[in-house]
Design a protein around this ligand. Structure first.
Ligand code: 13P
Ligand code: SF4
Length: 309
């Protein structure tokens, strides 16, 4: 393992590559990355990187966003099959039909969607800026929000802006069990519950803080409490624990039928250190986006980045 990490670090220097990783990646991948962040931070970082190759250790839509922002750079992803249930829930042909049926609506899409869906959108958002983006639209303007209905419901509750929601969800955040969470909280009554807004409403109602992965990390760092129950993908605990070594972090429990006792994203975990090494060595698999789609998808992403300054 150590040897593989060293080889990756050596290879990335030789090839003038940077490794951008999401907080849900396995610990060893986060440790060799140049930058670890949430979806917004990763998009902002992708815009500013000085490198010939971006190795994106995350899921497909994240690497695609980096490519849309960096058409002249080579963007590679360790496993092309690393998708996302939200992105898969929203096929472009059905979404186009949905938009065409509501021509007076502004289309806001969560970044967890394909380049084709972004190309059909007016503004993109991430979980860190979704409320701000929706609040930038006058209340009397109708909005379509896709693909995450749970995030959509949360935004409606915070902004009071009614929105037409696409019926998509994250399989990982929907796997949290409210009953088990209450049990765990009884065992740790002083722990603060924090949750990602892709979780279902009953889970969010138990949380003292709701935010993006980066927001959750900041909250744990700055909050005076020393015990937290964390309702998001379990990979976040690696970076979080490094930043708050003396605090107790408890992963929120998942439903009985889940493959893991806590919540793990099978798509994120398709990337391994070995696949990261191989993809850097072979400069493949590469992410490509047709220029027609890229130009259309860039507009709503740039609007989001502008509104997030
Ligand atoms: P963040 O932007 O909060 O990191 O979320 C990404 C994601 O896929 C959550 O499931
Ligand atoms: Fe998609 Fe959910 Fe995995 Fe995030 S955790 S990448 S939203 S499936």
């Amino acid at each position: 393992m150590k040897n593989l990490k060293e080889q990756i670090i050596k290879l990335k220097k030789e090839k003038k590559a940077v490794i951008l990783a999401h907080y849900y990646q396995e610990a060893a991948i986060q440790d060799v990355a140049d930058y670890v962040g949430d979806s917004l931070g990763l998009s902002q970082e992708a815009m500013n990187v000085d490198a010939d190759i971006i190795v994106f250790a995350g899921v497909h839509f994240m690497a695609e966003t980096a490519k849309i922002l960096n058409p002249d750079k080579k963007v590679i992803l360790p496993d092309l099959k690393a998708g996302c249930s939200l992105a898969e829930s929203c096929p472009p042909d059905l979404f186009k039909e949905f938009i065409d049926n509501h021509p007076d609506h502004i289309v806001i899409t969560y970044v967890n969607c394909s380049a084709e869906i972004k190309a059909l959108s007016d503004i993109v958002c991430t979980s860190s800026n979704a409320i701000k983006i929706v609040e930038s639209i006058p209340k009397d303007v109708p909005i379509i929000f896709a693909p995450d209905k749970n995030l959509g419901k949360y935004i409606i509750s915070k902004t009071g802006h009614d929105m037409l929601l696409w019926d998509g969800s994250c399989v990982v955040h929907e796997a949290f069990s409210l009953d088990k969470l209450i049990e765990v909280h009884k065992l740790h009554p002083n722990a603060t519950i924090i949750a990602h807004p892709e979780s279902e409403t009953p889970i969010l109602e138990t949380a003292s803080y709701i935010g993006s992965t980066a927001g959750m990390i900041d909250y744990v760092k700055t909050n005076s409490n020393d015990q937290f129950i964390v309702a998001t993908e379990v990979g976040i605990l690696h970076k979080m624990q490094q930043l708050v070594p003396d605090k107790t972090l408890i992963p929120a429990p998942a439903k009985e039928d889940n493959t893991c006792a806590c919540s793990e994203c099978g798509y994120m975990k398709m990337n391994t250190l070995q696949k990261l090494y191989d993809c850097l060595l072979n400069e493949s698999p590469e992410i490509n986006v047709s220029e027609e789609i890229r130009i259309k998808a860039l507009i709503p992403i740039e609007r989001m980045l502008e509104l997030s300054k």
